[in-house]
Design a binder for this molecule. Structure first.
Ligand code: SAH
Ligand code: SF4
Ligand code: F3S
Length: 444
């Protein structure tokens, strides 16, 4: 019996690719090991979005090297975005790696393992969808669905287009059939994944009816599936966030009241240098449209501080937008130069480390304060919560998520996967706390 151990880094896309890797490995007879020490195959699914991601991973790889020194038969495999981004130097720098593959080549792993050749091999083409492989889901009632791979945007700071290739949508009918299968298998919440989900379907000339599709059509088709009670997606791009998708949030019962709309920066000048293809007013206009059609919608975002050339005045604009919009939450990142990206070659106007840290502190303060204020609208309300398990901080309580994407800690009794109603008693910027409504009102 052979065992694998897989460590995953990075975004939901990677987490989902890992489910596919596991499904595929178990399809060829491997079992999952609890620890690296018990594995015949030590695998990593890597991320390269920021420098920190790289350095953290290289430390892990050092540990795997040490394992291999004591057990030379162990195979070491490295997949994902970091592998793709260093493909030319990978085997020279890390000679103990046996197999390496980019995000587009997950399927080659099985071929490698079942072939006789055991010389080190790398697979770095962009082809096929990991989403078509069998999957081992992490959760029973929640599932990710990959709707497209790659990204056709050209954000000047971002490594993803070079690690995941050009954007290709999976056929409409394939996706609907996948969601139907998931629903039949007990899944109640699906999260549709793509780097720019609202560009979905424009490239489609394949599948059932050989015509381009709109993302809103896909949302409608998934909403119509019996058993799918919640639909989420990530990430939309502000440039392509159109009224049909926004209205869908008001019209489709399963589509959650939460939109993650990455701002990146509040200054139009910096947005231009980032090649985001929208400016501050276009972003604000999208927010206004969302508030008009879905007033209670939670809005979250991603923000980068310290992009080259960002002045104090530019940064002040980011603070203004955060203040004005009142995001329910935000992921905040310090700019990190990535190999091969346009922004990494900018030499003028670089923001110093201390400046970046100081701006980050000021940003986080506003994000948290506004998030806290926004969260107060939930106090006193009864929210539908999908139970995920025991609370992380207090095992006597339960944890779940509201349709707005808020983590909810509550007292009550329900199994993971149940949909319950929770009366919210208090709210912080990160979590809501409350008590499950009387069993008579449980939503089952
Ligand atoms: N496709 C998604 C984002 C994927 S990366 C989108 O466009 O929204 C997730 C987030 O990481 C980005 O939104 C950005 O805020 C951040 N990020 C990407 N590259 C970065 C870099 N070089 N430095 C700092 N943050 C970065
Ligand atoms: Fe990167 Fe921009 Fe594509 Fe997002 S849209 S993955 S930030 S290039
Ligand atoms: Fe995701 Fe990291 Fe790749 S954020 S797309 S795994 S570089």
């Amino acid at each position: 019996m052979k065992h694998y151990h897989l460590t995953t880094f990075g975004c939901q896309m990677n987490a989902h690719d890992s489910e596919r890797m596991k499904g595929m490995l178990e399809g060829i007879g491997y079992f999952e090991a609890g620890e690296q020490a018990d594995a015949d195959l030590i695998l990593f699914n890597t991320c390269s979005i920021r420098e920190k991601a790289d350095s953290r991973f290289v430390a892990h790889l050092g540990h795997a090297k040490a394992v291999k020194a004591t057990r030379p038969d162990v195979l070491i495999g490295v997949g994902g975005c970091w592998a793709q981004s260093v493909k030319d130097e990978l085997f020279a720098q890390f000679p103990f790696v046996d197999v390496a593959f980019g995000p587009g080549q997950v399927h080659k792993l099985a071929e490698f393992l079942t072939s006789d050749s055991l010389t080190a091999q790398g697979f770095f083409e962009f082809e096929g969808f990991a989403g078509d492989l069998p999957s081992k889901r992490a959760r029973d009632v929640q599932a990710w669905v990959q709707i497209s791979v790659g990204c056709n945007m050209n954000c000047s700071y971002c490594i993803v287009p070079s690690t995941r290739g050009r954007e290709v949508s999976r056929p409409f009918n394939t996706l609907v059939a996948e969601c139907e299968r998931l629903a039949a298998d007990g899944v109640r919440e699906v999260t549709l994944l793509g780097q720019n989900v609202n560009a979905y379907g424009r490239d489609l000339r394949v599948g059932g009816d050989r015509r381009p599709r709109r993302f809103s059509e896909l949302l409608r088709a998934v909403d119509a599936i019996d058993g799918i009670e919640r639909i989420r997606y990530t990430s939309p791009h502000p440039k392509d966030m159109r009224e049909d998708v926004i209205r869908a949030h008001a019209e489709l019962p399963a589509l959650c009241e939460h939109i993650h709309l990455p701002l990146q920066a509040g200054s139009s000048r910096i947005l231009k240098a980032m090649r985001r293809t929208y400016d501050r007013s276009r972003f604000m206009d999208r927010v206004a449209l969302i508030r008009e059609h879905v007033p209670d919608c939670a809005l979250t975002t991603d923000i980068i501080v310290g992009f080259p050339g960002e002045t104090e005045a530019d940064f002040a604009e980011t603070l203004e937008v955060v203040e004005e919009v009142g995001f329910d939450g935000a992921f905040t990142f310090v700019f990190s130069p990535r190999r091969g990206t346009e922004a990494a070659s900018i030499t003028e106007g670089l923001v110093g480390h201390e400046e970046k840290v100081e701006r980050m502190q000021r940003l986080v303060e506003v994000v948290q304060r506004r998030g806290h204020e926004r969260a107060q609208r939930f106090v006193g309300r009864a929210l539908e919560v999908l139970v995920e398990g025991p609370s992380r901080t207090d095992s006597a309580r339960l944890r779940g998520r509201s349709r707005h994407g808020k983590a909810v800690n509550f007292t009550g009794s329900a199994r993971a996967g149940a949909m319950v109603e929770v009366e919210i008693h208090s709210a912080s910027s990160q979590t809501l706390a409350g008590e499950q409504s009387l069993p008579a009102r449980a939503l089952v």
